[in-house]
Design a protein around this ligand. Structure first.
Ligand code: F0G
Length: 434
C-alpha cells in the first residue's frame, strides 16, 4: 500500500486523508509507494511497458497510465480518468538547433503535444482521478494558464465543476480561451500568481473544493511519467542532463522523485543531472541555489514567459531535493535569450511557448559557463505548445517588443497579388519563369 509522508517531519498518513500539506508542520507531502515487489524485477517491468505499446486499451496508450505500477499502483483501472495524455515525441534536435545550444547531442521531449497542449495533462490525469476517488464535486486551482486549461478539460470530462483563479491580465490568450471553452468558472485575481495560489489554498481548507495545484502530491505522481516515458523512449539509457524550466517547481520536484524510484527498482543504474532554468525576473530558486540553498527568499516576479512568472514556488523543498540528489544545477535565462531560443526552436519546426524555450537558452548559457560539456547528452523538456501564446510570436517577428530585439525575425509581407511581386520571395530570388 502507498502512504502519504511529510518531506519535512517524516510523519506518515493514510492515502485516504484529504491532506494537501502536513497537518503537523505544513511541510509538503510525498506519495510513497512500496516498490519491494519490483526489486530485482526491472526487466519484467520493462517488458510489461513494451507490451502495452501494442495495446489499443486507453489506459495502456496513455503515457501516464502505461506506467501505472510506478505512478499510481493502488488505483483500480475502472477509476482512471484519461484523455490519452503523454506519449509525446522525443525529438532529436536538428543540427542547427543543437549547434545553437552548443552541444552535439540534444533531444527535446515535447510535452506541448499533450491533449490540452502542455505537460499539465499528465498530472491532471492522476489528480482528477484522485479527486473523483475522494468524492469531490468541484476542483480548484490557481494558474498561469496551463494547469487551468488542463484542469478545466479533465474536470469537464470527469463531470466535475472547475473553479480557476488567474493572475490579473497576465495569462496568454490561448490558455484563457481554453479555460472558458471547457466551461470552467474563471476568475481573475487582482494580484499575481502567488496571491492567487494563497487564496486557493485558503479556499481548499474551508470550502468543499478539491485542490489541484501541484502542491497536491497526486499531481506530481502523474508528472513523473515525463521522465519514465523519456527513458523508455531512450531504451532506458540515461542522458547526462535533463533540463526543465522552473516556475512553481512541481516538475522539478516530480523529476527527482521519478529518478530515485527508478533507480531503486533498477530501471536505471545511474542518475542524470537535473538542470532547472528560471526566467531571470522570476528566479527565487536560482538565487537560493547560488546561496547553496542556505535560505529562501520569495521575489516579486516579472517575465515575458508568463507560465513561469512565479515568485514563491510551492514545491521548493522537493525541488531542492531533486537538485541535491542529482548533483544538478539551477540558473536563469533573460527574456531576450528566452525569445531568441524560442525563435530557433520554432524555426526548427518544433515550436514551443516561451517558458519551454528557457531550457535551450539555459543549455546555451551552461555550455558557455562550462557546466555542461559539448559532448554530453542533453534532454530538454519543452513544456508547452507554440499556440499557447501566439501574441508573443507576432510581436517578436514584427519587431514591436519594447525591451526585446528580434535577433531571428521572420516578417510578414504584403503584396497586391501579382506574380512579379511574388517572385521576389522565391528562394534565392530565382526569378526564372517555367
Ligand atoms: N512551463 C510551462 C509551459 C508551464 O505552464 C509551467 C507552469 C512551467 C513550465 C513551470 O513548471 O511550475 O512545475 O515549475 N505552469 C503553472 C500553471 C504554474 O499554472 O500552468 P513548474
Amino acid at each position: 500500500m502507498s502512504i502519504l509522508k511529510c518531506v519535512s517531519c517524516q510523519t506518515e498518513y493514510s492515502l485516504n486523508e484529504k491532506y494537501y500539506t502536513c497537518p503537523k508542520c505544513d511541510g509538503l507531502l510525498d506519495v510513497v509507494h512500496d516498490f519491494r515487489q519490483w526489486h530485482g524485477k526491472a526487466q519484467q517491468l520493462k517488458d510489461l511497458f513494451d507490451d502495452r505499446l501494442r495495446s489499443w486499451n486507453p489506459v495502456d496508450r496513455s503515457g501516464v497510465w502505461r506506467y501505472r505500477e510506478l505512478v499510481s499502483p493502488d488505483t483500480p483501472i475502472e477509476a482512471i480518468v484519461t484523455r490519452g495524455e503523454g506519449s509525446t515525441t522525443l525529438y532529436d534536435a536538428p543540427e542547427m538547433l543543437a549547434a545553437y545550444a552548443g552541444v552535439n547531442n540534444l533531444q527535446l521531449k515535447h510535452e506541448g503535444e499533450n491533449p490540452t497542449g502542455s505537460f499539465k495533462d499528465r498530472g491532471m490525469a492522476t489528480g482528477v482521478t484522485r479527486a473523483k476517488q475522494m468524492g469531490a464535486k468541484s476542483v480548484i486551482c490557481a494558474s498561469t494558464g496551463n494547469t487551468s486549461a488542463s484542469m478545466a478539460s479533465f474536470a469537464a470530462l470527469a463531470g466535475l465543476q472547475a473553479l480557476i483563479l488567474f493572475p490579473y491580465g497576465k495569462v496568454a490568450v490561448g490558455k484563457v480561451s481554453q479555460s472558458l471553452a471547457y466551461g470552467a468558472v474563471s476568475v481573475q485575481v487582482r494580484g499575481d500568481f502567488d496571491a492567487a495560489l494563497e487564496l486557493v489554498r485558503e479556499a481548499a481548507n474551508s470550502l468543499p473544493v478539491y485542490l489541484l495545484n501541484s502542491v497536491n502530491p497526486f499531481r506530481l505522481e502523474g508528472q513523473k511519467s515525463i521522465i519514465i516515458e523519456m527513458l523508455h523512449q531512450r531504451n532506458w539509457q540515461v542522458p547526462d542532463w535533463i533540463v526543465v524550466p522552473g516556475g512553481n517547481l512541481g516538475n522539478s520536484a516530480a523529476f527527482g522523485k521519478a529518478l530515485m524510484e527508478m533507480r531503486e527498482i533498477g530501471l536505471i543504474d545511474k542518475l542524470p543531472r537535473v538542470a532547472v532554468i528560471q526566467a531571470a525576473g522570476a528566479a527565487p530558486f536560482a538565487q537560493a541555489f547560488a546561496r547553496e540553498f542556505q535560505n529562501f527568499e520569495p521575489v516579486s516576479a516579472e517575465t515575458i514567459a508568463t507560465a513561469i512568472r512565479i515568485g514563491n514556488p510551492a514545491s521548493y523543498d522537493k525541488a531542492v531535493r531533486t537538485v541535491m540528489d542529482s548533483n544538478g544545477w539551477v540558473t536563469t535565462a533573460t527574456d531576450q535569450d528566452i525569445m531568441d531560443a524560442k525563435a530557433k526552436i520554432d524555426h526548427a519546426g518544433i515550436g514551443c511557448e516561451p517558458a519551454s524555450a528557457a531550457t535551450v537558452a539555459g543549455v546555451r548559457k551552461l555550455v558557455d559557463q562550462k557546466v555542461i560539456k559539448g559532448d554530453e547528452e542533453v534532454v530538454c523538456i519543452l513544456t508547452g505548445h507554440v499556440l499557447k501564446d501566439p501574441q508573443v510570436v507576432i510581436d517578436y517577428h514584427s519587431q514591436t517588443m519594447s525591451n526585446i530585439d528580434a535577433n531571428f525575425p521572420n516578417k510578414m509581407h504584403t503584396i497586391y497579388g501579382t506574380l512579379d511581386e511574388l517572385v521576389e520571395f522565391l528562394p534565392g530570388n530565382a526569378a526564372v519563369r517555367l
